[in-house]
Design a protein around this ligand. Structure first.
Ligand SMILES: [Zn+2]
Length: 269
């Protein structure tokens, strides 16, 4: 990823997505906002205990820096599931952003509609951005361990391919900053359910000093490969949110008292 400052606010961008003129995307960091500790400072989390007016202010800062219209921002209340909402004309003018999202229960959003900005909010969970250049379809995904177990990134690609005729060989993907294999210690029960229900176990779990560590970056990368996205089309940020509290909010790293950063993507008009 590369970092750029827009209106004095730092954002990160996937190099493999920057080349497309009709795609806009960004990952926010924790800097440049209006909130104070433990939410300092660009907290985009609607469900945190931060002052709502500061969260709204942070959305205004992000939207003016990135140049999108807040009325066209689409987010969902996320539930660690595997449901995808495909956003079409029926959402225009109805989207709300910060405190009460219009959508509830979707951890992936996709659209072919230019002019909208889709977002997911994270602090350790994996944000994934997907773009099908020929079909001009974009998607954002929120995948924590439950979403990863449910295969949400792969399911989103499947939907793009089967229902919207995207060519998996042409899809570009960015796997954003999230808690890394260095820091993501999990309970044996989590490892057990991955062992029983997926074919990922050997590739994504590591044992060290009697503890189990899960590699969510790799799990999501493998799910995208399984759907036919070529390895060279997948960019992995490789940035651990728990190792970099200077850059990101980390739920685990800050013991639950923290904000959320965002992954944004939309199609140009
Ligand atoms: Zn780490």
């Amino acid at each position: 990823m590369i970092e750029k400052y827009l209106h004095g606010v730092p954002f990160l961008f996937f190099e493999n997505l920057l080349q497309f003129n009709n795609l806009t995307h960004a990952i926010s960091t924790r800097s440049g906002g209006a909130s104070s500790a433990p939410y300092a400072s660009l907290n985009l989390g609607a469900d945190t205990e931060d002052a709502p007016e500061r969260v709204v202010k942070n959305y205004e800062i992000a939207s003016s820096a990135l140049g999108f219209n807040l009325a066209a921002l689409v987010a969902s209340k996320q539930v660690h599931g595997n449901q995808l909402a495909v956003i079409d004309d029926s959402f225009i003018g109805r989207s709300t952003f910060a405190v009460e999202p219009l959508l509830h229960g979707y951890d992936a959003l996709a659209t072919k509609k230019p002019g909208l900005t889709l977002m997911v909010r994270v602090a350790d969970c994996v944000p994934v951005i997907l773009f099908a250049p020929e079909q001009k379809m974009v998607a954002v995904v929120h995948a924590g361990w439950r979403g990863t177990l449910a295969g949400i990134a792969g399911e989103t690609v499947r939907e793009m391919v089967l229902r919207h005729h995207a060519d998996p060989g042409a899809i570009r993907a960015g796997i954003g900053p999230a808690i890394g294999p260095c820091c993501y210690r999990v309970q044996e029960a989590v490892a057990g359910v991955f062992k029983r229900e997926t074919d990922l176990y050997t590739a994504v779990f590591r044992e060290s000093g009697g503890e189990l560590f899960l590699n969510l970056w790799e799990a999501n990368r493998l799910q995208l490969l399984q759907q036919g996205i070529p390895d060279c089309n997948i960019e992995v940020a490789g940035l651990c949110t728990a190792c970099r509290p200077d850059l990101f909010f980390s739920y685990r790293g800050e013991k639950g008292k923290t904000g959320r950063f965002g992954a944004f993507a939309g199609l140009g008009t």
